[in-house]
Design a binder for this molecule. Structure first.
Ligand SMILES: [Zn+2]
Length: 368
């Protein structure tokens, strides 16, 4: 799409109007876009600030393709987040809690946001993605004005680069770790950055109707899974934001007002973010707390048979082989007391096993 930016009298505020064919910038197009900037302002413009434009911008290469939109959480308050991403040129946009969008690096250039990363076998995701940093935390709900701004920005970028919903991913989808003392091979789970944006309740708020169905790189054996909790958030049924966002449909945006306008509407009171005392996931994540069920009541007596495992909601996640180790199957949870191994009618919790005692042919059971 042709792009036009007009500096308003308020220095630093840029109006990006998106119109016409993709990324052509002839004068004719600019004039057309200029007209459109004012005609279509309500429908197709996002107001953003240039105040934290990165000094790194001019030195960054222009990308040759754009296949993904990667959402991040800054894990820090707004001021320090903006200073950091600007100084280092770490994203294309940064969205604050109030819904203010800052342009950091030109969106057609490479921003260094994904670090060591891989998706569908392609390394260095920075080369083919747009990165959006959202001020906030990977496990905390964001206020409605911010969600609305992210939604509008993502919608514009999706249209501009023809990106489908399942190609709007989180940093944690694409980041991977190099071999280290805990994981002898390349592994997924280096970061939980942006994790909440994989949760269905949050994606609904962002107007996204799908997400990646599986990890293409662990499935192909290029990486192993090293964070089972993260895997369940990204691809399973873990959604810790339903208490905040619920099944409530996202606010109507048919007229597509600019994000701050949606935010300031006094009509729909924004749900208070994070009333939940969710514990910060530490390096050894606990499974999400569930309402008391038979299984959680029965914690004192561990399951003693396959039938009992099944009755408690465990599923057979695979059999240990020479190539398919327990870590490959269960990730970081391989040694968890919530992971069970069965062989020859024995049921053994992961916490009772060390690597030397894991036999080929053992079945690995985990709760879905
Ligand atoms: Zn990140």
């Amino acid at each position: 799409m042709a792009l036009f930016s007009a500096f308003s009298s308020d220095a630093g505020v840029v109006l990006f109007a998106l119109a016409g064919a993709r990324r052509r910038r002839t004068w004719t197009k600019a004039v057309t876009a200029f007209a459109c900037a004012f005609v279509c302002l309500g429908a197709e413009a996002i107001e953003m600030s240039n105040r934290y434009r990165s000094p790194r911008n001019p030195e960054r290469r222009v990308r040759t393709s754009t296949r993904l939109i990667v959402l991040h959480t800054t894990e820090a308050p707004a001021r320090s987040s903006l200073n950091k991403v600007s100084d280092r040129g770490e994203c294309h946009y940064c969205v604050t809690e109030s819904g203010q969008v800052y342009a950091i690096v030109d969106r057609d250039r490479e921003a260094f946001h994904a670090g060591r990363s891989m998706w569908q076998g392609a390394e260095d995701v920075d080369k083919f993605s747009v990165g959006i940093e959202c001020v906030g935390y990977h496990d905390k709900a964001m206020p409605q004005p911010q969600i609305a701004a992210i939604r509008d920005l993502v919608r514009e970028l999706k249209a501009m680069y023809r990106i489908q919903d399942h190609c709007v991913v989180c940093h944690s989808h694409v980041a991977y770790g190099a071999p280290n003392r805990w994981h002898k091979v390349k592994h997924r789970g280096r970061k939980r950055c942006g994790m909440l944006f994989a949760m269905p309740s949050v994606r609904r708020q962002l107007g996204l109707t799908s997400r990646p169905a599986f990890d293409p790189d662990t499935r192909a054996g290029r990486l192993v899974n090293a964070d089972e909790y993260l895997r369940r958030v990204l691809y399973g049924g873990v959604d810790t934001m339903t208490a905040v966002y619920g099944a409530r449909p996202p606010p109507t945006i048919s007229a597509a007002p600019r994000a701050p306008a949606v935010a300031k509407k006094p009509v729909a009171p924004a749900p208070k973010p994070t009333p939940k005392p969710t514990p910060k996931p530490a390096s050894t994540p606990k499974p999400v707390s569930k309402p008391a069920t038979k299984a959680s009541v029965a914690v004192a007596t561990p399951p003693r048979s396959v039938a009992e495992l099944k009755a408690r909601g465990y599923v057979d996640c695979g059999t240990v082989t020479k190539e398919r180790t327990a870590i490959k199957i269960a990730g970081a949870a391989w040694k968890s007391s919530q992971t069970y191994y069965t062989i020859r009618d024995k049921v053994i919790p992961g916490s009772n096993l060390d690597q030397a005692h894991i036999e080929k042919g053992m079945h690995v059971w985990m709760r879905k």
